[in-house]
Design a protein around this ligand. Sequence first.
Ligand SMILES: Cc1cc2nc3c(=O)[nH]c(=O)nc-3n(C[C@H](O)[C@H](O)[C@H](O)COP(=O)(O)OP(=O)(O)OC[C@H]3O[C@@H](n4cnc5c(N)ncnc54)[C@H](O)[C@@H]3O)c2cc1C
Length: 427
Amino acid sequence: MTGDARMTARAHVVGGGLAGLAAALALAEAGRPVTVYESGPACGGRCRSYFDRELGCRIDNGNHLLLSGNRAAMDFLTRVGARGTLGGPSRPLFPFIDRRSGRRWTLRPNAGRLPWWVFVPGRGVPGATLGDYAGLLRLRHADALGTVGGVLPHNALYERLVEPLAVSALNTPAELGSARLMWAVIAETLMQGGARCVPCFPKEGLSESFIDPAVARIRALGGVVRTGHRVSALRLQDGRVAGLAGPEPVDVAAGESVVLALPAAVAAGLLPGLTVPDEHEAIVNLHFRTDAASSEAGPLEAGFVAVVGGTAEWVFTKQGVVSVTISAANRLADRDGAQLAAAAWADVCAALGFVAAMPQYRLIREKRATFAATPAQHQRRPSATTATSNLVLAGDWTDTGLPATIEGAIRSGFAAARQAGRPAPHR
Ligand SMILES: Cc1cc2nc3c(=O)[nH]c(=O)nc-3n(C[C@H](O)[C@H](O)[C@H](O)COP(=O)(O)OP(=O)(O)OC[C@H]3O[C@@H](n4cnc5c(N)ncnc54)[C@H](O)[C@@H]3O)c2cc1C
């Protein structure tokens, strides 16, 4: 088949999370007929919003924080016409509170690449020296088995910035998290200057920013998005995918390609012999229904606070809802929900500077929120290409070089679309 013919053959995208939608978007933009098969009632996977009847409002499955340096995510949002749906402060600004001492500080990196902010009192991490900041470069030279906690000295910078950053970016305790993955995050954000570190999050919800506009754009380009369609097996024939089993069988004709954009374990179940990360970390989110407003300047301007030394790690304030994120949460698997909520609510009150009885809340435990970003798990990540000629992989767990994030998922989808557009190798 010629490259031209391949560009008009249908692409079948299995999985309607961010990776699948990014792949489908790029393929549809390139003029390929595309069908997305999503097992859930709506697209979005681990990045979605829904109406919570008990709370009486729409909530996200979990707070998602991006940085302006997440270039694939920003590109995706621009391409689906949703760049303006992100909110957050207009400059790099990260308010922190240490629950043990009550101390507050706000990280304010300057916009340019020369990091003069580390010299200016009141802009950096309290107690951190220039040598501590320079020490971050050790991550860059870490070997494949290096962990963040093993490579970096445990100083004020570690406790007040690196640890909280590692837990949220890697969703893995800093002691266990891959130093190389941590460096990948820092190299693309902090090392590029404050202009790449402006925090952003959806003004309304994850689905309103990332999912609904993407589905609408794919459909506008002629793509088909089928929800409630679970692909249960791949029909393999002569080294290629010839069909998809599901509610109704789908034939995959010669020249057509398949992008498998599923959670790692599901992909491994469909494709015998595929090695994938097999250890996961949970994320707990608590959504409190409250109109109580913050009395603190930092959270008021940023829309969130990072908490050190508490139960909550990030507290986000939205219209009528205050939400708490606790990452690397396998350690809390046995913790009673009501106790967890009470501890998180105490952190919320301290972080936002108000006193109020705990309101109605929703606790969401995403048990397999991401793969555990340890060096050993990172080594299990496969590349997008497979031995099956017309099959490409996508997903935040594939070898993107980044931890499991929106940025990684979208990059993997774009990369899969490029691969699916290439002529099949001769067999
Ligand atoms: C609580 C939480 C908080 C997070 N916070 C952040 C954050 O702050 N910043 C950040 O950048 N990232 C964050 N992430 C990570 C981010 O959400 C993920 O990296 C991203 O959504 C993964 O997208 P994906 O497409 O790779 O996978 P998925 O979202 O898992 O998509 C896979 C899709 O395949 C579908 N599917 C499964 N089986 C089948 C089948 N047999 N047939 C058809 N379809 C099927 C699923 O329903 C799903 O829609 C967070 C994740 C969670 C869970």
